[in-house]
Ligand binder design. Sequence first.
Ligand code: FDA
Length: 316
Amino acid sequence: MLRSPFLYLSNAGWARRLVTRFPIARRMASRFVAGETPADAIAAIRALNARGINATLDHLGESVTNQAEAVRAADDYVHVLGEIHASAARSNVSIKLTQFGLDLDQDFCVRNARRVVEQARQLDNFVRIDMEDSFHTDDTLAVFRKLHQDYENVGLVLQAYLYRTQADLEALVAESTRIRLCKGAYQEPPDKAFPRKADVDANYVRLAQLLLDNARKLAPAPESGLVPPLAALATHDEKMISAIQAHVAATALPRTYFEYQMLYGIRRDLQQRLAAGGNAVRVYVPYGTEWYPYFMRRLAERPANVWFLLSNLARN
Ligand code: FDA
């Protein structure tokens, strides 16, 4: 019920200006965001690493409106990959193509993303391309494929809520793509995405099984914790995790062929339990000053977060 208004607000400039004025909102966002600087993010990653958990680092930002911002975003990622390497943190990076200029010009976006993927290759690291709303799906796939022609160290995200995803997944695993499967976090129309959560969940299980059945196409993940296996299952939903565990057991798939992924600050208990049980777990660690849309999407996912925010605002 609350999902749609918050997804609408995530794109509304007036709401961003209003919400970001409240220091309490920033403090609440810090539950999901590791800090403002690369040093903050790397400190959070090292703490995860010490608990046996790998990471993927996200420099928050999306939908840039000019080329200079996009070039700066790529520069920042090139720099932060160097910092990850220097600190020996077990983390790769996740990028959003609209932060690299996808809405301005596709070739320009490819050039920016290529610089980051090239730097990652030099450092034996890996770049995951996040999936944004369905308006960008075709372009994201097109940019991904241009990069994947030349680089193995780049992978993609697919969203179980879209009707098209099974076909995309089948094509991409045939191209030996490393895939992160998530449910999907954007507002989508009923002609593109399952409106009912039960259908999204059922599709997630189906696609997770398909991904796991293809997991042996690529070598297991190396011990560095940088390059992920072909199959990455991103969810905090214990029902999804039980279904994955049952399929893994039924097909005798070794744990080195897949990993679980979760978001920073969400279900830390579950992250730790899975890691302690000998599973590969990677946590998505966002940092930076552009936390507003990311924070709104996290509020949209769980009504309890909204009540917590409102009660804190009321008390301040
Ligand atoms: P679901 O939403 O059903 O939640 C299951 C349970 O998880 C809840 O009952 C609650 O306990 C917990 N939970 C979930 N969200 C929470 C929150 N915000 N706060 C507190 N508890 C919460 N999406 C996308 O469109 N493109 C992308 O590239 C990515 N990338 C990505 C990377 C990683 C590592 C993860 C884990 C997720 C994404 N997502 C994403 C987001 C994803 O699509 C989805 O919105 C969230 O993961 C929530 O879905 P769940 O599978 O957790 O299930």
